[in-house]
Design a protein around this ligand. Structure first.
Ligand SMILES: [Zn+2]
Length: 135
């Protein structure tokens, strides 16, 4: 059964696209970085089908834009923007960042009408930096 598109979705998609378009590339943001690996695992999906954990690799020419969609197609206004977490984390901790983020969207339920989505994203981010050039 197809999910009826929500009017706000088009606007959100557009905002997301705009944010993507203005994001610097990985090489502009972090010239020394050769790749950024982002491992994503989703949890807390009561009666919903979870996507398998997956890894996304970001290479220097790609945008430093780490916003991931909520895996629940019925979720409205959800998603996970790791961009600020990754930028701060890399500045503070360098190579590896771990954390969890809950989806702030809303989803329809049979029992309670609209309810908080609450899907949890557990993420591990691993930076592969060039070793500092030896003098
Ligand atoms: Zn969601």
């Amino acid at each position: 059964m197809a999910v009826k598109p929500y009017a706000g979705d088009a606007q959100r998609r557009q905002e997301r696209q705009q944010n993507y378009d203005i994001a610097p590339t990985i090489s502009e943001r972090w010239p020394e970085v050769r790749s950024v690996a982002v491992d994503l695992r989703f949890a807390r999906m009561e009666r919903r089908t979870l996507p398998m954990p997956y890894r996304q690799i970001f290479l220097p020419p790609m945008r430093a834009f780490f916003a991931f969609l909520c895996p629940d197609p019925e979720c409205r206004n959800g998603g996970f923007d790791l961009t600020p977490t990754i930028e701060r984390g890399h500045a503070r901790h360098g190579g590896a960042i771990h954390g969890t983020l809950a989806c702030g969207g809303q989803r329809p339920t049979r029992e309670r009408g609209w309810a908080a989505c609450e899907i949890e994203l557990q993420f591990d981010v691993i930076f592969d930096d060039d070793p500092p050039a030896s003098a």
